[in-house]
Design a protein around this ligand. Structure first.
Ligand SMILES: Cc1cc2nc3c(=O)[nH]c(=O)nc-3n(C[C@H](O)[C@H](O)[C@H](O)COP(=O)(O)OP(=O)(O)OC[C@H]3O[C@@H](n4cnc5c(N)ncnc54)[C@H](O)[C@@H]3O)c2cc1C
Length: 309
């Protein structure tokens, strides 16, 4: 058995989560190769060191302008050429777009959001917004899966894989990318931040979110939000944490004015320490919080900032 791991690359090199993805793949198949989506030298240098990885495929045409339709064909070509038993994607927006296409082209059923590997064909994944974990047998000839990287530790960096140039990217005639606009922020990325401060409806208004930003800046934290405040237009969509937002696993999650609906909690199940500030002592968030402060959200932020300063 041998897995193909799809490694995403960003401006700083390979995504931090890639090492966790490799760990999951090696647990399932014993050994893995990587296909890097992008050609940054730093990404390649790091991917080479991932324990369990034997080959790193680099394609000069697989950068940010490439479409899912082309990528999926390239991945399928690699699977057919090398006979991979497993293809693992991160459960990211790229993974969610390319993984089902690859499964369809290989005529197998895809498996999404894997959170544990039991053996080569047995996996655990959450259902019903994370309230139940199911264990599934995947009997397909090729296991095509997306993996929640936050559920796995990163692999060791003791490897020395061979780098292989993989030339050519299948064309797609029907669509082409017209432009690509990355959101620029000085804050850490939500999905890899060690500390996340998040706001909900209890922060009430723009003033509340300005205070939240001050706290985030003071702590060097990323900012998260509930769907309710995203829908209210108080913060951008990419801040949303939860079932239909981002799944995160920071060391510290500070939830301010957030009720703790199960769809929100689905996104922070792997957070190590949860702190909640809410003026309702009965709020469900306190059931999952390690530390709770029953007080007004804005006053709570002011008190924290005073202590920190
Ligand atoms: C299919 C589906 C998917 C969903 N996906 C997501 C998702 O991905 N992420 C997500 O977050 N939600 C999601 N939701 C919505 C979710 O069900 C909740 O509605 C949402 O999380 C509630 O957001 P909230 O906690 O900000 O608001 P509320 O539930 O209104 O809670 C506000 C909290 O603030 C407290 N509060 C009020 N005033 C103050 C104050 N002055 N000081 C301190 N505390 C105060 C209140 O006591 C309350 O606990 C989804 C819903 C559905 C149906």
């Amino acid at each position: 058995m041998r897995a193909l791991v799809i490694g995403e690359v960003n401006a700083n090199g390979i995504k931090q989560t890639a090492a966790s993805l490799v760990n999951a793949a090696v647990k399932a198949a014993g050994v893995a190769d990587m296909f890097l989506l992008g050609q940054a030298q730093a990404a390649c240098d790091e991917a080479k060191t991932f324990a369990g990885v034997e080959k790193v495929f680099v394609n000069p045409d697989s950068g940010e302008n490439i479409l899912s339709e082309s990528l999926s064909k390239a991945v399928v070509a690699l699977v057919k050429e090398h006979g991979y038993s497993h293809v693992f994607f991160e459960a990211s927006s790229i993974g969610k777009s390319v993984m089902p296409r690859v499964a369809a082209l290989l005529d197998v059923a895809p498996l999404s959001d894997v959170t544990a590997v039991v053996d080569a064909h047995t996996f655990v994944r959450p259902i019903f917004a994370g309230s139940i974990d199911v264990t599934l047998k995947d009997a397909e000839p090729v296991v095509v899966a997306s993996v929640r990287a936050t559920a796995f530790d990163p692999c060791e960096k003791t490897g020395s894989a061979e780098v292989v140039m993989y030339q050519g990217m299948p064309e797609t005639m029907k669509t082409r990318k017209v432009s690509f606009e990355a959101v620029k922020t000085d804050r850490p990325a939500l999905q890899s931040a060690r500390i996340v401060v998040a706001g909900g409806r209890g922060l009430e208004d723009e003033e509340g979110f300005k205070k939240l930003a001050q706290l985030a800046d003071r702590l060097g934290a990323a900012i998260g939000a509930t769907r309710a405040v995203v829908d209210m237009g108080l913060c951008p969509n990419d801040w949303q944490v939860g079932q239909t937002g981002k799944i995160i696993a920071p060391d510290l999650y500070i939830a301010i004015g957030i009720s703790g609906a199960m769809q929100h909690i689905a996104g922070i199940k792997d957070a190590k320490v949860v702190v909640a500030i809410n003026n309702d002592p009965e709020a469900p968030i306190f059931e999952v919080a390690d530390y709770g402060l029953v007080m007004d959200a804005k006053a709570g932020i002011d008190a924290l900032l005073k202590e920190l300063n």
